[in-house]
Write a protein that binds this ligand. Structure first.
Ligand code: NAG
Length: 255
């Protein structure tokens, strides 16, 4: 009994030691596998678990991905990864940079890429066809900064929202390589704030939100060193916010 308990623990410990020994700073790639969405067109899916809607299918030119472990209960939504396949006959050195917009697992893969992103790892169109024919390939990946030139952080009010009773939204165009781990919603008269719930994926919700214009506070956390920073946007969400609308927050982050 004791031994059977100890062995998995020991194995876990040794495994973590190995991870620690090979743990690298920023330019370290992790070995894994990738598949692609079987039934999609070129882009990702409109119904990704992150709740980004059609934005989640087409953002980043459609270079998007579902992930299993990296999803982290939705915290991983919007994170960017450089993914490159390792078969030197077909694969380019840089691979592709994808944005996580969905949750999913296929065998022992970390990524289910859009077909566009999957083919984008190849050196040319012939090689892309060969890669697609393989279906699942060896890859290596690392987290990288997202970049959305000329875009500010933007709130997209979810279609499920109904002013003034229920507010649900996602945040678009998050640059850098941090995670949004908490969001506060503040009314702008007395700046009374309340912490929001992450409903699912990247979707933040408030039942009975305060009336009047609303101001957000977003907590950006670094996965590597745990560093945390609250960011307060320049622009408010207007009092007459509507389901389906987007509101430019007037700020951007680059870390
Ligand atoms: C981003 O926000 C800044 C500052 O509020 C503003 O001047 C700029 O026009 C915004 N950029 C875009 C692309 O909307």
């Amino acid at each position: 009994m004791a031994l059977s308990l100890l062995c998995p623990l020991l194995t876990t410990f040794l495994f973590m030691q190995t991870l620690a020994d090979t743990s690298c700073t920023t330019d370290c790639f992790v070995q894994s596998h990738a598949a692609y969405y079987p039934n999609s067109q070129e882009h990702g899916t409109d119904v990704g678990a992150c709740g980004f809607g059609s934005f989640g299918a087409t953002i980043n030119g459609g270079d998007v991905s579902a992930t299993s472990n990296l999803y982290r209960d939705g915290v991983g939504c919007g994170a960017c990864y450089q993914v490159r396949c390792t078969n030197s006959a077909y694969c380019s050195g840089n691979g592709v940079t994808v944005v996580i917009t969905d949750h999913g697992a296929s065998g022992n893969t970390d990524f289910i890429l859009s077909q566009r992103a999957f083919g984008g790892m190849a050196v040319n169109t012939d090689a892309a066809a060969s890669l697609l024919a393989l279906g699942v390939v060896d890859i290596e990946y690392r987290r990288v900064s997202c970049s959305y030139p000329n875009k500010n952080l933007t709130v997209k009010i979810d279609e499920s929202s109904s002013n003034p009773h229920y507010l649900a939204f996602v945040i678009w165009f998050q640059q850098g390589s941090r995670d949004i781990t908490a969001v506060q919603l503040c009314e702008t008269q007395n700046f009374v704030c309340k912490l929001l719930d992450r409903d699912h994926g990247a979707v933040w919700t408030a039942s009975a939100p305060p009336s009047g214009p609303l101001s957000l506070r977003m907590l950006f956390s670094a996965e590597e060193d745990g560093d945390e920073t609250w960011v307060a946007p320049v622009n408010n969400i207007p009092q007459d916010w509507k389901a389906g609308q987007t509101y430019d927050l007037g700020v951007q982050v680059d870390q």
